[in-house]
Design a protein around this ligand. Structure first.
Ligand code: GLN
Length: 309
């Protein structure tokens, strides 16, 4: 890919994202409300590891729901494509990420590993004999995608563990119908920890570029997931990566993406590059307002829409 074009696209995305207005920090997780709302970064990394960025690309923020992608990758590596589809599902819910109604409508089957219910189920599928070894395997997977060990924020984790009652309720519903594959409170504990690690915009670009490169981290050269596990991951991201806004995102951007309520967003152009952005204020669905503008701008400037002929 042409370096000058990517450089220009990232610069345009920075200008567009800076001008974006509206949204609010997540506040249902108390410590996320106090992150400075004017932080903003955008970055891109190609499948051969070349990197461009503007703004706050080194600020470490809570990964939140973006972690669901890497725990899904771990579930696929451990159990295979068919088992993950059977045990969790592979469709959009069309509802908010923590919807109980979505569960009720489908016999408590989570449908997607990228909503809270499916992500708790995915965490319960992580390999290991006990909670600590399951957690270690999830954290290790995040680190392989990022290319370095990813730290857990004790502050974010404490803030979430003390307020995650809704997720605990979801886990009991899953368990009741056989969709939680370890003790449900253990699954929520691990899931909450996986959401509480800290990444930067640069990390997200590397993590996305690993998917864009077919599962090989372009910085470390390590194969992180099997090539055949990348299409199902990207399919899930396209269907549910931005929750109930995923259809609008596919319609306007045409790239698989994943957001988190910490303000992070990553999108993947397979075989080409990843685009990452970070800005804490969120829209009603829980997606970064300026992050969406920035990622969308890079995708449009570079003509990356997967559905464009
Ligand atoms: N930890 C958050 C939760 O469980 C993650 C949600 C998100 O980023 N959409 O609610």
């Amino acid at each position: 890919m042409d370096a000058t074009a990517i450089e220009a696209a990232v610069a345009a995305a920075h200008a567009a994202g800076k001008a974006a207005r509206g949204g609010e920090n997540a506040s249902y997780i108390p410590c996320l409300a106090s992150v400075p709302p004017d932080l903003f970064g955008v970055a891109a990394m190609t499948v051969d590891g070349r990197y461009w960025s503007r703004g706050d690309d080194g600020y470490a923020f809570a990964i939140e729901s973006i972690s669901k992608v890497f725990t899904l990758a771990l579930a696929l590596e451990t159990h295979g494509v068919d088992a993950v589809r059977e045990k969790i599902g592979a469709s959009a819910t069309g509802m908010p990420f923590n919807s109980v109604m979505a569960l009720e409508l489908h016999g408590d089957r989570p449908l997607s590993p990228l909503v809270n219910a499916g992500a708790i189920a995915a965490a319960s599928l992580a390999p290991g004999a006990d909670a600590e070894s399951r957690w270690a395997s999830i954290l290790a997977m995040q680190g392989k995608f990022a290319g370095h060990p990813v730290p857990l924020s004790d502050e974010v984790n404490a803030s979430e563990q003390g307020t995650n009652f809704h997720n605990r309720a979801i886990a009991w519903l899953l368990y009741d119908r056989g969709y939680c594959y370890c003790d449900p409170m253990e699954a929520v504990d691990i899931y909450t920890r996986q959401c509480s690690t800290l990444v930067t915009c640069r990390d997200l670009a590397v993590m996305g570029a690993t998917l864009a490169a077919g599962g090989v981290n372009p910085v470390t050269g390590e194969r992180v997931v099997a090539r055949e596990h990348v299409p199902p991951i990207l399919a899930e991201m396209m269907m549910e990566g931005l929750y109930e806004a995923s259809g609008e995102w596919a319609y306007t951007v045409g790239l698989p993406g994943k957001s988190g309520v910490g303000g992070g967003l990553v999108a993947v152009a397979p075989g080409r590059l990843a685009i990452a952005a970070f800005a804490p204020p969120l829209d009603a669905a829980g997606n970064s307002v300026a992050g969406q503008v920035a990622v969308k701008t890079v995708a449009r400037e570079l003509g990356l829409n997967l559905f464009a002929v």
